[in-house]
Design a protein around this ligand. Structure first.
Ligand code: GAR
Length: 194
């Protein structure tokens, strides 16, 4: 299944998958890196459709598969991942998967961790909290994944302003743009360093 000549990225996504799309575009014709598969915990996630458009294998898994069995772990191992990228993936990764891929799982979070992270802090909830706190800036954090939400070591952060009259949606759009710009490059750098 896995083609050994290139490094393999596996994407996990729960929703729209615009970051997944950026990764699949960026690596579509890359000489040494490919997106090998996209996994989703939502059967109707648009991310799965996006993967099919790129001829990237798209796999759905259930809560039971993920938390109470080795099924997802075994499927992951078949693709021989060099990096697993959580791009809008909303479940905590269980210990048996984190431990199977040390320093090989990263997450993108739409705020400047360690602030505005943790359980329940995802998507628009993050931007609402940032706007309500009248923060002067926000941004994105790309970090390694451990057994706690948003707690692993940082890989990199990028910043953008929060404007005085921003709505959470306006801030979300600015932050998402930053994600689209930087995530593929950070992933590439990590893989070329390995
Ligand atoms: C992204 O903004 C990502 O940072 C965020 O979900 C969005 C997914 O967008 N992730 C989290 O909030 C994780 N805590 P996408 O599906 O269009 O890539």
């Amino acid at each position: 299944m896995a083609q050994p000549d290139k490094k393999n990225i596996i994407i996990f996504a729960s929703g729209s998958g615009s970051n997944a799309q950026r990764l699949m575009e960026y690596f579509e014709h890359h000489s040494s890196i490919r997106v090998a598969a996209l996994f989703s915990n939502k059967a109707n996630a648009y991310a799965l459709t996006r993967a099919e458009t790129f001829n990237v294998p798209a796999l759905f898994f259930s809560r039971e598969d993920f938390f109470n069995s080795d099924k997802v772990l075994q499927q992951l191992q078949e693709f021989k991942p060099d990096l697993i990228v959580l791009a809008g993936f909303l479940w905590l990764v269980p210990q048996h998967i984190v431990q199977a891929f040390p320093n090989k799982i990263i997450n993108i979070h739409p705020a400047l961790l360690p602030n505005y992270g943790g359980k329940g802090m995802h998507g628009i909830h993050v931007h609402t909290a940032v706007v309500q706190a009248k923060e002067p800036e926000s941004g994105i954090s790309i970090h390694f994944v451990n057994e706690e939400y948003d707690k692993g070591d940082l890989v990199s952060q990028f910043r953008c302003p929060v404007l005085p009259h921003d709505t959470p949606e306006e801030l979300a759009a600015r932050v998402l743009q930053l994600e689209h710009e930087h995530l593929p490059k950070v992933v590439e750098e990590l893989l070329l360093k390995q």
